[in-house]
Write a protein of this length. Structure first.
Lengths: 329, 195
């Protein structure tokens, strides 16, 4: 292992951290603007041009707010829970190829931190650790509503992990590799080769599971809007609450990258046009997260479980069986 | 050098985490330390080049420990210390020490006699997951299928045990219906006890 490799890796890590924490902040701005336009409001508009500096204002508020630790909480666990959510979101990004490789001043850059050959398993596994954040935060809070929300989020996450795993199995069988770069190269031939055409069912299932895993609105049972409190985040304030937020938005961006790379051809053949197409696809999936939030109410917890175990899981299993049969004969 | 640093770092972290798991009387500390320890163990698989097993270790144990959290929520107030009943501490210490010595002996025996060799060394031409698949579906097919059948049996048993009155939805019933159902249920169980 030479020095250049170490320096390159550290630079990549820092760039990804900075870009995506900034994007997470901007994501809140986009969300508020998109929701406002869909609901015929103006959204943030007073701070800066078009309210763009609202992000900075929110950031300053979160950073400088007093960090309140309530009396009866389990202090170490309460303090570490938001860090788990934010840290694992960024750790999962280590195996995502954000861009095709390109050459700057004769030096080839691979925009992926660690090209492990089980990329997708690593990404999903580490994202799954992130759900310890809400769970621990809720359990340590010494607040009954937080505890209920923690239990509910744990149930949702565990259930929908089954869906995301099973739905991914069928496309992975076609590709024959767990590396995200191999999956991308499998679809390098253009739009006709995208996996979404051969695996439409898996695409829809994984997309639904992505909503549950990031805790976005139709499945937003993590924070209970209908109880008019913030679920597991009720007792949090200041930057600890902000870390939960950064983790959630970073997760939304990363899962959008994963969907785009696995099902919609990723960055294609690696040309500049392909790279920008990838960004457009990611932007669409991120916008879709906001769109559903404006358009749909939350579903009830028992409906969510019914949907997971009685509808989506059988469909996913049947999809895997049919894919296997088609591949064998 | 990096492998050595990573090994000692994660070895220390794992030992500290599992020590907390055993020593603490706070259910939430114990559970969290166990989850962290299980995830740190995956680092050893990554250091050894067994990427697939490392990722599987993370995925399986995050889910498994999550289930233990559910039990923790049911049985304890996780924000309070658990008062343990220690009737015979000397007995526990002796048994614990014996078990620890036994485990060290079991692990060290093949290393000391240099009987340790890889039956299926890492083949760089074949991927990690493919290699595991080949071994699992040829030499160890019967144990693999047996484990699958056992899991299926456990799943069906779990559904049967937990699934009483699962066809009725409490949210969709009126208060009177729920009270009626509850009455008939307690009535049945008292009858069963009488038998």
């Amino acid at each position: 292992m030479d020095m250049a490799f170490i320096i390159e890796t550290i630079v990549k890590i820092v760039v990804i951290l900075l870009v995506f924490s900034a994007l997470a902040g901007l994501g809140t701005y986009f969300e508020r603007k998109v929701l406002a336009f869909m609901q015929r409001r103006l959204g943030p508009m007073h701070v800066g041009p078009f309210g763009l500096l609202q992000v900075a204002a929110d950031g300053i508020k979160l950073f400088t707010k007093e960090d309140i630790i309530p009396q009866n909480v389990v202090k170490p666990i309460f303090k570490i829970a938001p860090v788990i959510t934010a840290a694992t979101a960024f750790m999962a990004a280590a195996a995502i190829p954000f861009w095709p490789q390109f050459t700057v001043f004769g030096y080839t850059v691979h925009p992926i931190v660690a090209d492990v050959n089980i990329g997708i398993l690593y990404v999903l596994g580490v994202m799954a650790i992130g759900l310890y954040g809400p769970l621990l935060g809720g359990m340590a809070s010494a607040n009954k509503f937080s505890l209920i929300s923690a239990a509910r989020s744990a149930a949702v996450f565990i259930s929908y992990e089954v869906i995301s795993g099973l739905s991914l199995l069928a496309p992975l069988m076609l590709v024959g590799s767990l590396s995200l770069i191999d999956i991308n190269n499998y679809q390098a031939g253009g739009i006709g080769n995208w996996i979404v055409w051969s695996q439409p069912v898996a695409f829809i299932l994984f997309w639904i599971a992505a909503f549950a895993e990031t805790g976005r609105t139709p499945f937003h049972l993590v924070a209970n809007d209908h109880e008019i409190i913030d679920g597991f985040g009720t007792e949090y304030s200041g930057m600890r609450w902000g870390l939960f937020f950064i983790g959630e938005y970073a997760n939304m961006f990363f899962i959008s990258f994963v969907i785009a790379i696995i099902f919609l051809g990723g960055f294609g053949d690696g040309s500049i046009a392909g790279a920008f197409q990838l960004l457009l696809k990611v932007a669409f999936f991120f916008f879709f997260f906001l769109w559903t939030r404006a358009a749909w109410p939350d579903v009830r917890p028992d409906q969510l479980m019914w949907l997971c175990w009685k509808v989506l899981m059988p469909i996913a299993v049947i999809n895997v069986v049919i894919t296997g049969l088609v591949m064998m004969f | 050098m990096f492998e050595a640093i990573a090994f000692y770092l994660f070895a220390a972290l794992t030992i500290v985490m599992f020590t907390i798991t055993v020593m603490t009387s706070q259910a939430l500390y114990a559970l969290t330390a166990m989850a962290a320890g299980m995830i740190f163990i995956s680092a050893f698989f990554f250091i050894l080049g067994a990427d697939f097993l490392g990722a599987i270790q993370i995925i399986v144990y995050t889910g498994a420990v999550m289930a233990i959290y559910a039990f923790g929520m049911m049985f304890f107030d996780t924000t309070r210390n658990v008062v343990e009943k220690r009737s015979n501490p000397r007995f526990v210490v002796v048994l614990g020490a014996l078990a620890a010595v036994l485990v060290v002996f079991i692990v060290l025996a093949p290393i000391v006699t240099t009987n340790l060799n890889a039956n299926y060394p890492i083949d760089l031409a074949v991927g990690n997951s493919q290699a595991i698949g080949m071994v699992l579906f040829t030499k160890y097919l019967v144990p693999f299928e047996l484990a699958a059948v056992m899991l299926l049996v456990a799943m069906i048993a779990g559904i049967v045990l937990a699934g009483k009155k699962m066809d009725k939805s409490l949210t969709l019933m009126t208060e009177e219906d729920i009270a009626l159902m509850h009455d008939s249920f307690t009535h049945e169980s008292t009858q069963e006890e009488a038998h």
